[in-house]
Design a protein. Structure first.
Length: 222
């Protein structure tokens, strides 16, 4: 009996190891898939190309992700979650509204202008009508998450900043849209390079001024 108990305990001890190895293998597939999808797009990417990078088989990949569309959905979620992880604005609530918007705007512009985010945006726009679930995942974990995070901050500071709480969500969406503006579209279309740090600061500053003071008012000296 003691031997059987020991064998059973040994088998139980290997479960965490198996889970760890499985998770690591999933990450390998996901990293390879990210590289293939970003370089070839959804239509041009093949599961065989992913296998060529890390080995395995279609059956193995599908056991992790289901199918090619679900694999791409996992890639979209991974990239957007990783990118939005840099959009941390929890520290904004302790500053004035103008500073809060400047900080949020600079951080968001940095996220959307990153090479991975730009390429993913191009792919999702191209495939979104055929695969609306992928587009939804991209929006919910990317731009939608940024707007929701900023809306939360505006609601938290509404009383101090003189903002109607019921308008926080719409105000956040408007502001995020102003930060992207034509600058983001031009970069996505390849009409210009991503902005330099100085250009990004200037663009955000202009958006904050219009958002807070309008086009006919002069920003007060602080």
């Amino acid at each position: 009996m003691a031997q059987k108990h020991g064998e059973r305990g040994q088998a139980q001890d290997t479960v965490p190891g198996r889970i760890k190895r499985r998770n690591a293998r999933r990450e390998e597939f996901l990293d390879a898939a990210t590289e293939v999808f970003l370089s070839s797009g959804f239509s041009g990417a093949s599961v065989d190309s992913i296998i060529a990078k890390v080995g395995g088989s279609k059956r193995t990949i599908y056991s992790y992700f289901g199918n090619k569309e679900q694999l791409f959905t996992a890639v979209v979620k991974e990239i957007t979650n990783r990118a939005m992880g840099r959009f941390t604005i929890d520290d904004i609530a302790d500053v004035n509204l103008e500073t809060a918007l400047c900080n949020a705007g600079r951080r968001y512009l940095e996220v959307v202008m990153s090479p991975q985010a730009l390429q993913l945006y191009r792919i999702v726009v191209g495939e979104g009508t055929r695969f609306p679930d992928i587009a939804a995942v991209f929006f919910e974990n990317g731009p939608g998450k940024a707007s929701a995070a900023l809306a939360h901050i505006l609601q938290e500071g509404a009383d101090a900043w003189g903002i109607p709480k019921h308008s926080a969500t719409k105000l956040a969406e408007h502001f995020i849209g102003m930060i992207r503006d034509d600058l983001h579209l031009k970069v996505v279309l390849g009409l210009r390079n991503p902005p330099t740090a100085a250009e990004a600061r200037s663009s955000v500053r202009a958006a904050v001024d219009v958002f807070l003071y309008g086009i006919k008012k002069v920003r007060p000296q602080i």
